[in-house]
Design a protein around this ligand. Sequence first.
Ligand code: FE
Length: 204
Amino acid sequence: MATATARTPQRPHFQLPKLPYAEDALAPVISAETLALHHGKHHRKYVDTMNQLLEKEPVHGAQTLEDVVRRASGKLFNNAAQAWNHDFYWKSLRPKGGGEPPAALKQWIETSFITVDACKKELAQAATKQFGSGWAWLVQEHGKLKVVGTGNAENPLAKGATPLLTIDVWEHAYYLDHQNRRVDYVNGVLDKLINWGFAADNLG
Ligand code: FE
């Protein structure tokens, strides 16, 4: 799953994927100013740095962004994973999101967490308790759903789980809009922006 595409088979070169909505579409939880910086500067920098590193040391056999994330290490892993994580994060949000998950996903959630609210609560806890920079994820692994938090660029893809949705909890994701109140950003995302339909599409 990535909209970034390889330009040549031998030496992959990735494009910054477009945002799936307008920059002002997620306000007031996430302002147009935050989205412009987060997508146009932060995400772009990860993609550009990954491309520069790939020019110098291609990853053998890696064609897709997922291949690079799974096989790279060090600085290349950090930039490739951040490129992938951000693409996944934009799709994990939508204008007028939140609400009820689609039936198939709701069944999975109720099997794993009992209620949708309990699942949201676990996601909120993982997102607010993540120390420093990182991500909160809903994943599918070993026949059930669970919530995991990862630090910096780490993601469940690299660990073999199937990510369903994610929330970016790096300060650049919320500081302009909520300053130090990460909890306000996280609750706003879960109540008003989370894209349960995208998570349902990712079920294996
Ligand atoms: Fe970010």
